[in-house]
Design a protein around this ligand. Structure first.
Ligand code: MTE
Ligand code: MO
Length: 556
């Protein structure tokens, strides 16, 4: 009922093995195991050798003059709003994740170096294995939209949610400090740490500590974990997310390094999600275990009432409404993709255009940074014309430059090479999540613009490929003239100081460094200068934009 595939979509091969699969490198298991079992083990050692430490919660008096009293409506609304957005962010994030189901600590994403993979497939060494072939599906129960390679729509949900999630968070934090509610979360004494440890020893050894009334006060570990979720996890999620943006990375090279590198930022982004999930599970279990009825009244209607079930009812209704929204989101994802793409363009496309798209790439990487491996992507051209040209090393190749220009031309590789050459070492960011650093040599697009003299009404350049898109039809993409003229925007015939290999886009491919990989058309046959991308293809600015609802502007 929810998924319709057309013939072209059905013909894309997906592995028949649909099992969930997770493989973690032993060292990560050891690190996580040491952390979790180390803490629990230490708690048990202390308990067995020295007995239970004093329970710090015993001394918490129900109300002191400085305590916040109860939960105001804004806090409760913001709590549930946050929950709603978090569910959407996590579910769409999972869908994005499985499109490149591997996580690394190195920029080059060399197969075999991933610390965790969500696919049973080991990258074959004896044949070309593209990143698209490597994409997995995730059950729509877990992922939004889930199922097959649907990263375009998954990103729409992820990015449509983020601004509202952050806005809700900002309003929440502002009101926290405007009122005295911050006292619930922000510790004011270092004593919180030994206290939290003592409470942990209680929990870990199944000695439930005394419950302070959460209407006024949380226990030490509860306070610390809520503080951590609001003031550490949420900002960390936001900042690691930003570290994955090509437009930010190539302008502020230092930024992803705050988290190690671009791929460790992606790994940390994932671990933050795991931390959220673990938090939600423990939080909900303890809410249930420590007086469900009363706790639900606190966080819905804001009363301290242990018998009235209205809070429970409201909470259950909210959760059901969120489940219903998830079903609706799923339906929209398969039936109203254009609407979603439009919303994404209107909200985030606009935000990106006026912010990150203004940055200009800056040179930074050196020869030593070049990745030992570079994921190939896309379908090799099957066109006879291209194959014939390739047989002759593209000596007969002519790049056709047409459209609204004063001086349309056809240029051979030799002619292009005589015009100008620029070499850059840059990081490529694929929408699927992988990256790689390589050297690219070719002609600045600005030189071509100078030569052909586009009409002043031209805003966009379209790049056409000899290759086909995933669902058939020729691959193409468009760029704003402005992005074509930025530093490091070139048409490359050279990769890592050698002739551009066939699989990486020979004879010519695009490099526009503030954009995601799918905008970098390979196997270029011609360029057309146009007034608007809307007159081309299905009118959304490129093959992936037309068929997979990708963003027209791909700065993040
Ligand atoms: N013609 C064509 N160009 C294409 C693609 C494609 O499928 N066809 N894939 C794009 C995508 S999604 C990426 S990530 C890059 C991959 O470039 P690489 O093979 O050098 O890694 O090429 C882009 N250019
Ligand atoms: Mo890509």
């Amino acid at each position: 009922m929810f998924t319709h595939f057309n013939e072209a979509e059905k013909s894309v091969h997906y592995p028949t093995d649909r099992r969930m699969y997770v493989s973690i490198k032993p060292y990560m298991l050891i690190v996580v195991g040491l952390l979790v079992f180390g803490l629990i083990g230490a708690a048990w050692v202390q308990y067995l050798l020295f007995g239970l430490p004093p329970d710090p919660s015993v001394s918490i008096v129900p109300v002191t003059s400085s305590d916040p009293v109860g939960f105001p409506a804004w806090l409760n609304i913001s709590h549930w709003t946050n929950f709603f957005f978090l569910i959407l962010i996590i579910r769409s994030g999972l869908s994005v994740l499985v499109d490149h189901p591997r996580l690394y600590w190195n920029n080059g994403c060399t197969p075999g170096t991933e610390w965790i993979r969500f696919t049973p497939i080991k990258v074959p060494e004896d044949k070309v294995w593209t990143a698209k072939e490597d994409a997995r599906y995730i059950s729509p129960v877990l992922g939004l939209p889930g199922y097959k390679h649907t990263i375009g729509i998954a990103r729409v949900w992820h990015f449509l949610t983020v601004p509202f999630f952050l806005l809700n968070g900002a309003v929440f934090i502002a009101l926290l400090f405007y009122t005295n509610q911050w006292k619930r979360l922000v510790p004011v004494s270092l004593k919180i740490f030994p206290d939290a440890w003592n409470v942990l020893v209680h929990y870990a050894t199944f000695n439930m500590p005394v419950e302070p009334n959460g209407f006024y006060h949380y226990n030490a570990i509860q306070q610390l974990s809520y503080f951590g979720v609001v003031f550490i996890l949420a900002p960390l999620a936001m900042f690691t997310g930003m570290a994955m943006s090509p437009a930010i990375e190539n302008r502020f090279h230092w930024y992803p390094k705050l988290f190690g590198n671009r791929q460790s930022a992606r790994s940390i982004h994932f671990l933050v999600m795991i931390a959220y999930v673990v938090f939600i599970i423990i939080h909900v279990s303890l809410v249930a275990a420590t007086g469900l009825t009363r706790n639900m009244n606190h966080i819905t209607i804001g009363t301290d009432d242990a018998t009235n079930r209205i809070g429970l009812l409201i909470g259950a209704t909210i959760i059901l409404a969120i489940v219903a929204f998830c079903l609706l989101a799923h339906w929209l994802s398969w039936n109203k993709q254009r609407l979603l793409q439009y919303l994404q363009a209107a909200i985030n496309g606009t935000l990106w255009r006026i912010t990150v798209n203004r940055f200009r790439p800056q040179p930074y990487y050196q020869k030593k940074d070049i990745s030992p491996f570079f994921w190939p992507n896309g379908k090799m051209p099957e066109s006879e014309v291209w194959k014939k040209l390739a047989e002759n090393n593209f000596t007969d190749y002519k790049l056709k430059i047409t459209g609204l220009v004063e001086n349309p031309v056809e240029l051979s590789l030799a002619e292009l090479k005589e015009m100008a050459k620029e070499q850059n070492i840059t990081m490529h960011h694929c929408i699927q999540g992988w990256s790689g650093i390589a050297e690219w040599g070719g002609i600045p697009i600005s030189k071509i613009v100078e030569l052909v003299k586009p009409d002043p009404s031209v805003t966009t350049a379209a790049f056409y490929s000899f290759g086909e898109g995933l669902y058939g039809g020729y691959y193409y993409d468009t760029h704003t003239l402005d992005n074509c003229l930025k530093p490091q925007s070139i048409l490359a015939w050279e990769m890592n100081y050698e002739t551009l290999p066939l699989i990486y886009g020979a004879p010519l491919r695009l490099r526009i460094e503030n954009q995601l990989g799918y905008k970098m058309v390979k196997w270029i046959s011609s360029i057309e200068f146009v007034r608007s991308h809307e007159s081309l293809g299905k009118g959304f600015g490129g093959k992936n934009e037309d068929d997979e609802y990708f963003d027209l502007l791909a700065d993040t």
